[in-house]
Design a protein around this ligand. Structure first.
Ligand SMILES: [Zn+2]
Length: 156
C-alpha cells in the first residue's frame, strides 16, 4: 500500500506518526523511538513544538481543531509531526528542517498531494520564550496515550 492510501486509512495520531516514521526511514534512512505527544493550546501561528533535550512534542490543539476537512487535518498533522520528528532526530536548523519536510513529502506522496501543500504553507513559527510565558496559564496539556506503536512484525 502506498503512503497516500495509508494516510487515507489513518485513524489517529499514532497511525499518522507511523507514516511519518516510514517516510523518514525511506528518505533519510533514519529512525528513532520514544517520543511522547501532547496536545496543548498554542498561538495559531505555531503548529507544534519540541522542547530541545526532551522526548516531547506538543501539538497545537487550537490549530488542529480549526482545520475543517479530514484531508486537510491529516495532511497538516503529517506535515507538523514530520517537522517536529526531524527536530527530534537532531536537525535544529529551521531552514534545513523545512526543506527536508518538503523533500520527504514530495518523495513519498508526489508533488500534487495536500501533504506537500501543508509542507509549504506551514505554520512553522517557533515558540518563543515570551510566547510560552503568555500561554502557560491556558495551555491545558493532554497526553496522547499509545502514541507510539510497538513495531514488532507479528506473524498471523
Ligand atoms: Zn521547527
Amino acid at each position: 500500500m502506498s503512503l497516500y492510501e495509508e494516510l487515507e486509512k489513518a485513524k489517529n495520531y499514532s497511525d499518522i506518526f507511523s507514516l511519518v516514521k516510514k517516510a523518514v526511514k525511506k528518505s533519510l534512512k533514519e529512525h528513532r523511538v520514544g517520543l511522547m505527544l501532547y496536545l496543548g493550546n498554542l498561538p495559531m501561528r505555531v503548529g507544534a513544538f519540541h522542547p530541545i533535550g526532551t522526548n516531547d512534542v506538543v501539538l497545537n490543539r487550537r490549530l488542529i481543531n480549526a482545520l475543517k476537512s479530514e484531508v486537510k487535518q491529516k495532511s497538516y498533522l503529517f506535515s507538523i509531526l514530520l517537522h517536529e520528528y526531524l527536530h527530534s532526530l537532531g536537525y535544529h536548523d529551521e531552514e534545513q528542517v523545512r526543506a527536508l519536510t518538503y523533500k520527504i513529502s514530495v518523495e513519498n506522496f508526489g508533488s500534487q498531494h495536500p501533504v506537500v501543500e501543508a509542507s509549504i504553507a506551514g505554520p512553522w513559527c517557533e515558540l518563543t520564550q515570551e510566547d510560552y510565558e503568555a500561554i502557560e496559564q491556558d495551555i491545558d496539556l493532554e497526553m496522547i496515550k499509545d502514541f507510539e506503536k510497538i513495531e514488532i512484525g507479528y506473524i498471523i
